[in-house]
Design a binder for this molecule. Structure first.
Ligand SMILES: Cc1cc2nc3c(=O)[nH]c(=O)nc-3n(C[C@H](O)[C@H](O)[C@H](O)COP(=O)(O)OP(=O)(O)OC[C@H]3O[C@@H](n4cnc5c(N)ncnc54)[C@H](O)[C@@H]3O)c2cc1C
Length: 368
């Protein structure tokens, strides 16, 4: 088995695999994944939505840069379009008006709706709770599995190897080369990429690199039966602008999230029943859909840097961060992967992304 690489990437979520695909056929690349299969953690647990106006200004710029890359696709990798139209109806009650206004600030392509227009779109909304509504027509569903698998095929075609069930235990840089101790022996690499999601700070510490204060936050999701008195076919995603809940209809079911952000240590996330129940209650206050049964539920981790902007760039010689993607890691992954690949290879960043480099750099924390 090959043990000497140019680049070793820790983590086979969307970040690690997207980067391996974007690096192209030149460098010798290995992706290490501690779990027996890729996509087990955050990447396999998302709401799978692309919302152009979600996140801070840097994230919105990454979202915008990612859309054409999603849309361009590559028929050899992705047999079907990766995005399908969905739309997001943002709603607010009286208490949520300030958050609604903040969400609209700097937003692109947002249509302000009257109460009647919003009710025509989702008749189950409770009119007495509907103080404001805005529709983002361009929000789309992302086929996350097709994206992840397509990029993995591309990475393998480039010559990259995925080592699943192989945790990175520690790493030391000696004479410009990383010696990486794994669950199955030692590897070497010129560049070590930290794409370890919720474990990104842990991986940095294991490599003797200063952690950045990344914080995993739990968020959960419940699947409930569709209401009998409403036809949910064609409903947009409905999102409380104050992030008290969101809901998405799919395959005859409603997916409802309490939209919680609970700080936790990195772990195999599971639902807190009380938090889920409270979130479902908030949903029921705004939407006339009684939750009689939860058919399935799960939780995942959204990991944020202290300023809620992702971290992408070299911290020090040979150690590259690709972490802190928060709740936007799928929708920003085309731009993040393309930008990371160019910086690692010492090439010019893709058009329009160069301006984002300082805001994404891990060095912004030490400069402060
Ligand atoms: C409920 C929920 C809804 C979301 N909805 C959306 C959405 O609609 N749109 C969107 O864009 N984003 C969404 N997100 C966020 C998105 O899922 C994440 O930002 C993204 O998946 C992060 O990808 P990642 O590759 O960084 O992390 P992960 O997918 O977690 O991958 C990191 C990998 O690193 C591995 N690893 C860690 N430590 C080691 C080690 N020492 N050795 C080897 N491997 C290691 C882990 O096992 C893991 O597989 C959502 C998240 C949640 C939880």
């Amino acid at each position: 088995m090959e043990r000497d690489f140019d680049i070793v990437i820790i983590g086979a979520g969307i970040a690690g695999v997207g980067l391996a695909a974007a690096l192209g056929p030149g460098p010798k690349v290995a992706i290490l994944e501690q779990e027996p299969r890729h996509g087990y953690h955050s990447t396999g647990r998302s709401a799978a939505i692309y919302i152009r106006n979600y996140g801070n200004a840097v994230i919105r710029a990454l979202n915008a840069a990612s859309a054409p890359l999603f849309e361009r696709g590559d028929p050899a990798l992705f047999p079907h379009p990766l995005l399908t139209p969905r739309g997001v109806l943002n709603v607010a009650d009286e208490e949520g008006l300030a958050a609604h206004a903040a969400m609209l600030e700097g937003a692109h392509g947002m249509e302000i709706l009257t109460r009647e227009q919003a009710l025509a779109m989702v008749p189950a909304l409770r009119p007495e709770k509907l103080a404001a509504a805005a529709f983002e027509r361009d929000a789309q569903d992302i086929d996350v599995s097709a994206l992840h698998e397509g990029w993995l095929r591309q990475a393998r075609a480039n010559g990259a190897v995925l080592m699943a069930g192989t945790p990175m235990l520690s790493a030391a840089r000696i004479d410009g080369i990383w010696r990486i101790e794994t669950g199955s022996g030692t590897l070497t690499a010129r560049v070590l990429v930290d794409a370890a999601g919720a474990w990104a700070d842990d991986v940095a510490k294991r490599a003797g690199v200063a952690p950045l204060g990344l914080q995993p936050m739990r968020r959960s999701m419940a699947v409930i039966p569709a209401p009998e008195n409403y036809d949910i076919t064609g409903w947009p995603m409905i999102s409380d602008s104050a992030e008290g809940w969101y809901a998405k209809a799919d395959a005859g079911k409603l997916y409802v999230s309490p939209a919680e952000e609970v700080p936790v240590d990195p772990h195999d996330a599971y639902v807190d029943d009380m938090v889920l129940a409270e979130g479902l209650w908030r949903f029921e206050q705004a939407v006339d859909v009684p939750v009689t049964r939860v058919e399935r539920s799960w939780a995942g981790l959204r990991t944020f840097a202290p300023d809620r902007t992702p971290v992408l760039g070299f911290a020090e010689d040979g150690f590259f961060w690709l972490a802190g993607q928060g709740g936007y890691g799928i929708q920003t992954s085309p731009a993040m992967s393309a930008l990371a690949a160019t910086l690692i290879k010492g090439e010019a960043p893709p058009d329009g992304l160069e301006a984002l480099v300082p805001a994404l750099s891990p060095r912004r924390f030490s400069a402060a």
